[in-house]
Design a protein around this ligand. Sequence first.
Ligand code: HEC
Length: 146
Amino acid sequence: MLPAFLVRRIGTGCVYSKAMKKQTMLNLNKRNRASLLLPAIFFCSSLAGAALAQDTGEQLFLNSCAECHQRDGNGIPNIYPALAGSEVVLGSGVDVALVMLIGRGEMPSFAGSIAHADMAKIINYVRNAWGNSGEHISAETIANLK
Ligand code: HEC
């Protein structure tokens, strides 16, 4: 994943090129600059879009958790527990963090593969998606659990 500052750079660059596009099209139509500019803008927006999407709790959940707990948080009965309405998930962010850090049964530990900041985003997402509701946890709180 791209570091956040780079993502912001790319994002800003794309907004800038979009605003410039109108201007450039008006001024440089004769030289047909648009044929170069349009693919560049397209590439730029899809890159920034993909990078930004990666960063949300939802996207991180889809990448690391949904294969078992499913996109809708309902899991698969008798195999993967639902996170929607789960007592653990509704209970506290710390409990969810401990499950992620330690692993549980068939669920692997994510201590070595997901950074604390991303864990916080995932936890805050699952605790507030699919009708769940819970206060947010910070990356620092998770780091202090170790
Ligand atoms: C390989 C499948 C798999 C993946 C991937 C996975 N889990 Fe799990 N998860 C499980 C299983 C199986 C359990 C039940 C373990 C047990 O109690 O024996 C579980 C339990 C849980 C629980 C406790 C739920 C309850 O009500 O008891 C939470 C919370 C949880 N997982 C969150 C996550 C999060 C967040 C992710 C993504 C970072 C994730 N899981 C990824 C399989 C998985």
